[in-house]
Design a protein around this ligand. Sequence first.
Ligand SMILES: NC(=O)c1ccc[n+]([C@@H]2O[C@H](COP(=O)([O-])OP(=O)(O)OC[C@H]3O[C@@H](n4cnc5c(N)ncnc54)[C@H](OP(=O)(O)O)[C@@H]3O)[C@@H](O)[C@H]2O)c1
Length: 392
Amino acid sequence: MCLIGGDGSRGRYDHGPGGKPRPPIKPQRVTCYNRGSKCFLKYVTCPVQCPQVQPKDGKSKGCFLDCYSPKCEAVCRASTVRPAVMKAVVITTPGDPQVLQVQEVENPEIGDNEVLIRVEASALNRADTLQRKGLHPPPKGSSPYPGLECSGIIEAVGKAVVRWKVGDQVCALLAGGGYAEKVSVPAGQVLPVPSGVSLKDAAAIPEVACTVWSTVFMMSRLTAGETFLVNFRSLLSSGNEEKLAVCKDLGADVCINYKTEDFVARVKEETGGKGVDVILDNIGGAYFQRNIDSLNVDGRLFIIGFQGGTVAEVNLSGLLARRLTVQAAGLRNRSLENKAAIVSEVEKNVWPAIAAGKVKPVVYKYFPLTEAAEAHQLMESSNHVGKILLIP
Ligand SMILES: NC(=O)c1ccc[n+]([C@@H]2O[C@H](COP(=O)([O-])OP(=O)(O)OC[C@H]3O[C@@H](n4cnc5c(N)ncnc54)[C@H](OP(=O)(O)O)[C@@H]3O)[C@@H](O)[C@H]2O)c1
């Protein structure tokens, strides 16, 4: 058994009979690589080559068991304490949903400006399916596991975090790592669970709220009285009548089945020939021309996805004649400051609407973390109406 001083000062490693007398310590049991009665550490070469170290057995160049320097202690601690582990969904190799497997991985570390969340639920996003296929790598420095949003309880806070404390119930916008038991996230991307929403279902909100608020309102500046193609109080297109009925129920004014109707003609019909003011588009290339044709004077097209490809040949004349703006953006690769600004605006503007019951998360199905592959299959089948949640 290896004992490490748990008093925050210099640790001591007690290796039983024959050791020098130790000053009293408050011991803390840790896992060490015992080999019978002998501690494996006895034969470890001291990597820091501390001058205080005396070779003890002729085999090791610098056994640090009798060295009380904090530097050596840190090395010893790192080599004896096995990292705490958690379960996470690992993309074992790029490919089909079956490549998603729950494995034991190291707990995430937290930085000074971060919090550690014990995940209650994480929600799927289309981007996760692209990441699984190797087409959407996580930004540098972020978790390699999928999961762009979660809800849960704060388990630890970094030194510089002031707003959050251990035990707070929150949801968060992540750059990755939500498909796990724990995830660390910059404090600026954390939100309280909105009033009236369960801790679990709060996982369904951050990504969609931040995407829509940042694109439609902060960048495309949709204002009262304007028309909007896709979402809230809107014209909305889908290829599935059941989905259209749900959307109508949620407040869409006009629902268009893109499989059976020409949405450009229908948009013109519904807007007295003018076209809509703002379009939020996730199809890209395949709809580029039709989106331009559907816009009113001073209209704004905002592209957030390429489900219909990235290449298009278009007639640009409408852009000039009607002073159109075309923009595109993703959330994941924005700077921390930019994400924090969006999250703050979302809390200010969307959270009250949720509390008032005007906006609500729509959850289609819950899956345990072990069934991440089935959850991805459902998303790729497009048979869902609403968010798909994973529960660790
Ligand atoms: N840029 C960003 O930061 C960002 C952030 C979040 C999401 N997104 C993107 O936003 C999109 C929506 O995300 P989500 O989570 O809501 O995904 P989702 O639940 O899978 O929804 C995709 C929607 O696209 C519709 N659709 C598919 N093909 C269509 C077509 N040809 N014409 C009209 N509609 C079509 C589907 O309708 P049917 O199933 O009825 O066909 C479905 O309603 C995804 O493409 C996602 O990648 C981007």
